[in-house]
Write a protein that binds this ligand. Structure first.
Ligand code: SF4
Length: 467
């Protein structure tokens, strides 16, 4: 059977302001995971519209499309196109799970929740000519999942082909996060067996790995065993955690020993009131500076994530946050405008308050204001958000943040990583155009491999922890 799997481009990936490199980092792992359940006789064409021109003149028997909020309209148009041609079309993903009734008219079948468990069931039903309209994942089991079909991925199109996910979900329940909406019909957080995860890692070539798990350190026992198993594998890896997990026990030391070199942390806000509004309880009263110091002392770089537009935010929140992040020596920062995604508690509460301005999902990209703000006007919020990016990534602030490290090698590593990521767009674009992005991987690995630990990290009394 001819099967086509499509990740349509997010609308922001086609905007004149987009950074192509941001959308050329990771291959579509979710679709490659589902592909593993197909028969070896099936002919699978996996296309990621972020990195290649989509071919739509073909006529596959089965089409599987992954739907996020800002590619939803594109996904529906593609689904309609292929259904007209007689293909059987399935839609799944975050947005379909949030709004199944919106997706259903465009599909023959839809999947809600994670695709494992239900996709093999769908394939059996389809081959028996009894497919259902709706498949809801309630089982949540990662044992015995077949190896991801990485052979379908066009490796040279991506900077980080070795992305990997060894768990699903997260133990926390932030109101603005999609997680609870996506996992609502079953367990919200579960992991692979450690041995399976280690086998998957062993199958990946080279040194560098990027764990795309929402919270790699979320399950203490699993993470400990995973990091113990990875010791001596000579890997370098990046992943995501919370402040709380970094401060807990000695897990982060084990992660560093196993090769953790940079971590994504959701600080979100420096205001306790805002944390309460977002139900980010795990950050409440936590000493951000202590977590940062601990990570830096282990030679781990930090990508801090922040959200602007929570109700306590005022006009100064942008400069306050950027100054704090620079003063703490964060290597990179990701800023977002608060976005109430449908299906989340934040959306429900804003809708009850009459604060949702429209349902044009194309604009729910965390770069635009789609709700009625409180402490700031929409214009102030948008301009402040743009300014925060500009200021954080000015050369002077990149240098200033680098100097927060005591060790010269750490300073250089920080400077090279932050500058390389944000200031060499023409080079990234050239590598993307020439389909040679994966040739940059050795450079990334050499920057990440600098490990000498810092004795002490510069912290400033101007930037105390929020606790
Ligand atoms: S900690 Fe992160 S992944 Fe977990 S619920 Fe909160 S925002 Fe979502």
């Amino acid at each position: 059977m001819k099967i086509k799997m499509i990740l349509p481009a997010l609308v922001e990936a086609k905007s004149p302001y987009w950074r192509p490199i941001k959308y050329s980092l990771f291959p579509p792992l979710g679709l490659a995971t589902l592909a593993a359940y197909c028969s070896p006789d099936d002919e699978i064409d996996l296309q990621d519209e972020h990195v290649e021109e989509l071919r739509t003149e073909d006529s596959p028997e089965l089409v599987i499309i992954q739907v996020y909020i800002t590619n939803a309209y594109r996904a529906y148009a593609l689904a309609d196109h292929y259904r007209k041609k007689g293909s059987y079309v399935c839609l799944g993903g975050l947005h379909v799970t949030s709004l199944p009734e919106e997706a259903l008219p465009h599909a023959d079948s839809i999947f809600t929740g994670p695709g494992e468990d239900i996709f093999p069931q769908f394939l059996r039903d389809y081959r028996n000519k009894t497919p259902r309209r709706v498949y809801v994942n309630t089982q949540r089991d990662l044992t015995n999942i077949p190896p991801v079909r990485r052979d379908l991925v066009k490796h040279s199109h991506y900077l980080v082909p070795n992305s990997i996910v060894v768990s699903r979900g997260c133990p926390h329940h932030c109101d603005f996060c999609y997680k609870d909406a996506f996992f609502r019909d079953g367990k919200p957080f579960y992991t692979q067996r450690v041995d399976d995860a280690l086998s998957e890692i062993n199958r990946l070539p080279g040194k560098h790995l990027y764990f795309l798990d929402d919270h790699l350190l979320g399950n203490q026992r699993f993470a400990e065993n995973l990091f113990d198993g990875m010791k001596g594998m000579n890997r370098l890896f990046q992943g995501a955690s919370t402040v709380e997990a970094v401060l807990r026990g000695n897990l982060v030391e084990k992660a560093a020993e196993a090769g953790l070199r940079s971590v994504f942390i959701g600080f979100e806000t420096l205001s306790n009131q805002n944390l309460l509004q977002g139900n980010k309880k795990q950050n409440l009263g936590k000493d951000y500076a202590a977590a940062i110091q601990r990570l830096h002392s282990l030679g781990i770089m930090i990508n801090g994530s922040f959200v602007f537009g929570l109700d306590e935010d005022d006009k100064d929140v942008f400069s306050r946050t950027v100054d704090w992040a620079v003063g703490q020596g964060l290597t990179t920062a990701t800023f977002h405008i608060l976005t109430p995604y449908p299906g989340t508690r934040l959306f429900d509460s804003m809708e009850k308050q009459g604060r949702i301005l429209h349902r044009n999902w194309d604009r729910y990209d965390t770069r635009q204001v789609v709700y009625q703000t409180k402490g700031l006007t929409a214009d102030e919020l948008k301009r402040g958000y743009d300014r925060a990016y500009r200021d954080f990534y000015s050369w002077s602030n990149i240098a200033k943040a680098s100097w927060q490290h005591k060790e010269i090698r750490q300073q250089l590593k920080h400077f090279a990583y932050a500058g390389g990521w944000k200031k060499f767009e023409p080079l990234w674009n050239f590598m993307i155009k020439t389909k040679g992005l994966n040739r940059m991987l050795p450079l990334l690995e050499s920057i990440l491999s600098t490990v000498n630990k810092e004795q002490k990290v510069g912290t400033s009394p101007l930037f105390p922890a929020i606790a």
